[in-house]
Every structure is written in C-alpha cells, then in structure tokens.
Design a protein around this ligand. Sequence first.
Ligand SMILES: Cc1cc2nc3c(=O)[nH]c(=O)nc-3n(C[C@H](O)[C@H](O)[C@H](O)COP(=O)(O)OP(=O)(O)OC[C@H]3O[C@@H](n4cnc5c(N)ncnc54)[C@H](O)[C@@H]3O)c2cc1C
Length: 426
Amino acid sequence: MHCEGREGMKELQYDVLVIGAGAAGLAAALEVSRNNASCALVERESHLGGILIQCIHNGFGLEEYKEELTGPEFAERQVQAVRAADVDIFTDTTVTQLNAENDRKEAYCYSAVYGVLRISVRAVILAMGCRERNRGNIRTPGTRPAGVYTAGLAQRLVNIEGYIPGQDVVIVGSGDIGLIMARRMTWVGAKVHAVIEIQPYPSGLTRNIVQCLNDFDIPLYLSHVVSRIEGKQRVEKVQVSPLTNGIPDEENSFEIPCDTLLLSVGLIPENELSKEAGMEINPQTNGALVDATMMTSIDGVFSCGNVLHVHDLADWVAEEARRAGAYAVRYLRNERPKRQIRIKAGANVRYINPAMFDPDNPDKLYFRSLIVKNQAKLQIKLDHKPVKEVRLSHVQPSEMLHVKLKPKDVAGWNIMKDSVLEVSIE
Ligand SMILES: Cc1cc2nc3c(=O)[nH]c(=O)nc-3n(C[C@H](O)[C@H](O)[C@H](O)COP(=O)(O)OP(=O)(O)OC[C@H]3O[C@@H](n4cnc5c(N)ncnc54)[C@H](O)[C@@H]3O)c2cc1C
C-alpha cells in the first residue's frame, strides 16, 4: 500500500479495490488477499456484512459452512476471516465515482472518517448489492399516506432500530423479504392480514411460503393486486383486486383495513456507479454483462453478488464472489482465457450468468427459469446440437438454478471461434 496526502485528499494505491462489504465483497476481498494481492475494501455503512446484518432469521450458510446460520452469523464468519487477512477496510466510506477506462483505475470516495480518498488500483470488483423497488416503481393509485414501507426497510426498523412500523399489515409481493417480514411482524405482535401476489405463483422460496405463511395461517392471494391505497394521515385500508386477463377486476375487488403496507416487489442491482463508468448492462438482470471471468465490458472491472444479478441465497453470492476475486488476481498476472464463446438464454430461461464460456476452464453457470414445472429438463446445446442434459426435480422463477460444467463434459465438443452455447428448460 502506498499512501500520501495532497491538498486534503488522501491518495492510496492497491492492486484491487472491492466496492461494498456484503457477502459478495467480503468473499471477493478474502480471495484477493489469499492470492497475495493488496486489497482495499470500501463500505458506505459503518458495519460490514451488508444486508445480512438485518436478516436475523436462519437459512444461511448450508452450502458455504454446512451449517444453518442466521444472516449476522454468516456475516460474522466472513468478517472474522477478512479481518484476519491482509485487507485494508474502509467503513463509512462511499465510492462516488469510478474512472476505469485506463490501466490504472481511480475511485473517488467520501468518508466521514477518512475525508476524501482517491484509490488507485489495477482491478476493481463491484459488490454494491441491490436496492428495493418502491411504490413509485409499481404505480399503485390512491392517496399518499404514511405507513407504506418497503419490506427491507421494515426489516431494518424492526431488527436493527427496534421500532415496530405498524399493527395491521398487508404485504404486497410474495418475494422472500415479504414472506420473512410476514412472519417477523406476526412474531412482534402485529396482525398480517394478507400477502398479495400479482403472479399466479409465489415469488419466494417454497420453504419460506411454508415456514412464514402456512405455519401462521396468513392468506396468500395469487393473481391479485393492491389496486388502491386509502388513508388521510396514515394508511386506513387497501383495495385488493383479482386479475382477469391481466387486468384488475373491480367488480370482485375487496377491501382490507390496515395501517401498514409493506412492499416486497423486487430488487434492482445498484449499478449507478457502473453505468456512469460506461459499463454495458444486461437488460434482463439490470446487472453488468460479464464474460467467463466475471469481467464486465470494462477491462479490469469485475462484478459479483446482487449487483450482478439478484441472488436468492448468500451462499451462491459468496461462491460467485470468490470466483470474481480469483479472476481479478489472474487479470493482474495477465492471465486471460485463450478463447471464450457466447452463452445464450434459450427457451424458458430468463437469463444466464456469465454471458461467456471458457471451454478451457469450464465453470458454474447461474440461471433463472421463466416457468414453474416439476420434472423439468435442462438442455445445453452447442451450435443447436444437444451436448448435455440435466434433470431438475422442480423449477420456478424465484429459485436460482445452476449447473457446473466440468472438463469431461466439454472434452468431446467441437468448439469453433463463433460457436454459441444455449441453455434451455423443457
Ligand atoms: C430479507 C432477506 C432475506 C434473505 N434470506 C436469505 C436466506 O434465508 N438465506 C440466504 O442464503 N440468503 C438470503 N438472502 C439473500 C442474501 O442475504 C443476499 O443475497 C446477500 O447477502 C447479498 O450480498 P451482496 O454482497 O451482493 O449485497 P449486500 O449485502 O446488499 O451488500 C452490498 C454492500 O455494498 C455497499 N455499497 C453499495 N454501494 C456502495 C458504494 N458506492 N460505496 C461503498 N459501499 C457501497 C452497501 O452498503 C452494502 O453493504 C436474503 C436477503 C434478504 C434481503
């Protein structure tokens, strides 16, 4: 590390900068340090661990640690490992600008603790996570009373700030955060009247439907929307409408009196910094388009975790981030794949990550289904010819799927320079 001050701005030099210290940033920084590269880890909050800290339920770590942990326990294991490694950690520090077009990349950071920092590095790993969609994103008509929260904010209020946002609750969206909050609000003494889901199937993990709704007799209305929010100062009631051919059916609408509406209506990767840096974004994921080494369209800038695509499990985030960390170090050593071919999402697949495949170093592919199906078949085709099939007992859009390709899978493939690999679900 090299540090000098100039006109109030501290200038620092490292091999790698990791932006964000959630499950992704912590795993990536640890991997960089394990490979003997110098690493700065910058986090805008005063704590490390990102969203994990407010997820006090269990269900974390079964893959990563072969144990069922809570979010803070999962984070604590990662934080201990990073603190024991040679990583310089900057909390309360926000990266506000990334100039990444040159060989040495520069990040400008503002910090209540360190002042203004300019960190100069050869490689950057983006691990900024994602943020919640809100009422503006779903355009629900009605008045604009207090009492409408995103589910993640409500989770933070209850679990970290010790504040219960309301007593009579309706939840919009059956994503995992909404389901977890249905149970959490019940446990803190509130009445959760219903979860309203626009899709004809739940958006969260099956285990969360069972453990967070069914176990507490909380009704789930599929193919329904909250079509109106009513209230003067505070929310007083919501109107719920079934969908007929995708349109709210006013005649069969009903009202639910409530003082709180929690929105769990999706997450958006936090890529403002990436977009300003000129990065190509995948419209399917709202994350960067990455090659087989997790490198974005900007040379030397890598992406992983929820800022790349929204994950369901922290374990997958950590696994993916380790790969990004390892590839960033290979990049420092000028080790690049000899060849890469394009991977494309085929029938019933929403997206596939990464978007390129290195036949000499086959690795894990993450993807999401567009359909709900039992006994589905994953098919991989090379230039329209089937090369691998995998049976999947159940697929649904809310559960991230993955397949690991091994050198023996690829051995007999006739790969040309412009070959395309296609992943589909039948
Ligand atoms: C309610 C809920 C329940 C969940 N339940 C489970 C579960 O049961 N099991 C499971 O395995 N997973 C679960 N998950 C998923 C898992 O927790 C996340 O996918 C994972 O922790 C995300 O890690 P991340 O590092 O990508 O993002 P985050 O944890 O969001 O970390 C990103 C970090 O980047 C920082 N940052 C952003 N921009 C900047 C910037 N410009 N400068 C500096 N820092 C910045 C943020 O402050 C944040 O700390 C759950 C998630 C939620 C929200």
